[in-house]
Design a protein around this ligand. Structure first.
Ligand code: SAH
Ligand code: SF4
Length: 350
């Protein structure tokens, strides 16, 4: 049975906070560790099955706490193995998560909001507008539900906050979810296996990295304010000079801890030689890695990917300029699961 929309949920809290909450109910701290072991280690979220808690305690906890936040309502598998899940929250809101199995790792791309308020002109999620922020339990449960779809022996090794929504506009819930991802008694992921992507909510970037040691990805997409104002309207509030001022002031930057820059290549918009030249200048002196993503076309945006030879020429210019660059192969395009295509299209009738 799905919980009532606002019932307290065990997955809303990091272990530290859960310990405090349970202490307030008169329970010792190790109970939080036991519960986390079931929820995240063993993947059990029925309190009645947590056998080391004792029958009365289980019943008592189940009266006050929920442990499930999402149900999978639909899955779609791409020809390349990418698996998109459509998940429903207790209030009926629909969101999407994408599993990307590769040889040496399995990445889950999670959503942080239902829709997104930032209206980037090339992004299908942006065209939906914002419905609401996701709760921590709804972020974390994307991992619990989606990993149930993996074949035995495979586990989620990497989590990227690159699904629907802007993580830094839901920072407190994202931080609490990251703490659950990193805690050794919960998912126990190494910090370098978790990446949070932002379109450039400048005042929140330092706060994110002060709180959790994750990788930062910045969705750049343009090298002039004129072009970025159109692609990422947030640039009008936080233009390039402010964004890069803040990035250059970040502590802990080093070759081992670079900033990842996402750059969606759009034919005739940001894929020219001048753009590559300006990108090299803009990133000079920053430990940076550039991920080029050819535009994934969809009906809500007028942009197209460049021809493959234009994309590889662009990449070559960056590499010659000294930038570590990858040209990302698009995954899951045939099922609208690729970057920027998450929009619950079928269910909204579009
Ligand atoms: N809101 C955050 C994270 C989610 S978007 C952000 O913007 O960073 C994840 C990535 O997909 C971002 O880099 C985004 O710019 C990119 N993206 C959005 N629409 C796309 C599209 N149609 N084709 C390719 N990449 C796209
Ligand atoms: Fe929101 Fe990111 Fe899409 Fe922009 S690219 S509309 S910030 S989800």
């Amino acid at each position: 049975m799905m919980p009532a929309p606002h019932a307290p949920n065990l997955k809303d809290h990091s272990l530290e906070v859960l310990r405090q909450r349970l202490a307030a109910e008169g329970l010792p701290g190790y109970r939080a560790d036991q519960i986390a072991g079931w929820l995240y280690g063993r993947g059990v979220d029925d309190l009645h099955e947590m056998t080391d808690l004792g029958r009365d305690l289980r019943k008592d906890l189940a009266r006050r706490w929920e442990a499930r936040a999402l149900e999978i309502v639909h899955t779609e598998q791409s020809l390349d193995g990418t698996l998109k899940g459509v998940l429903r929250a207790a209030d009926g809101a629909l969101l999407e998560a994408v599993l990307i199995p590769e040889e040496e790792r399995t990445t889950l791309c999670v959503s942080t909001q239902v829709g997104c308020p930032l209206a980037c002109s090339f992004c299908a999620t942006g065209a939906m507008g914002l419905t609401r922020n996701l709760r921590t339990s709804e972020i974390v449960d994307q991992i619990c539900r989606m990993r149930e779809l993996l074949p035995a022996g495979r586990r989620i090794s990497n989590v990227v906050f690159m699904g629907m929504g802007e993580p830094l506009l839901n920072l407190s819930n994202v931080l609490e979810a990251v703490r659950i991802l990193l805690h050794p008694k919960a998912f126990g992921l190494a910090p370098r296996r978790v990446t949070v992507s932002t379109s450039g909510v400048v005042p929140k970037i330092a706060e994110l990295l002060e709180q959790v040691p994750v990788n930062l990805a910045v969705s750049l997409h343009a090298t002039t304010d004129a072009v970025r104002d159109v692609l990422v309207p947030l640039n009008r509030r936080f233009p390039l000079a402010e964004l890069f001022g803040a990035l250059r002031r970040l502590p802990r930057l080093s070759r081992r801890h670079p900033i990842f820059f996402e750059y969606t290549l759009m034919a005739g918009v940001n894929d020219r030689e001048e753009d590559a030249g300006r990108l090299v200048t803009l990133l000079r002196g920053l430990p940076a890695k550039v991920n080029l993503i050819p535009m994934n076309p969809h009906t809500d945006a007028p942009y197209r990917p460049p021809a493959p030879e234009v994309a590889s020429h662009f990449m070559g210019l960056l590499v010659r300029g000294g930038l570590t660059t990858t040209l990302r192969r698009s995954r899951g395009q045939d099922i609208d699961a690729a970057c920027g295509q998450l929009a619950n299209r079928r269910r909204t009738g579009a």
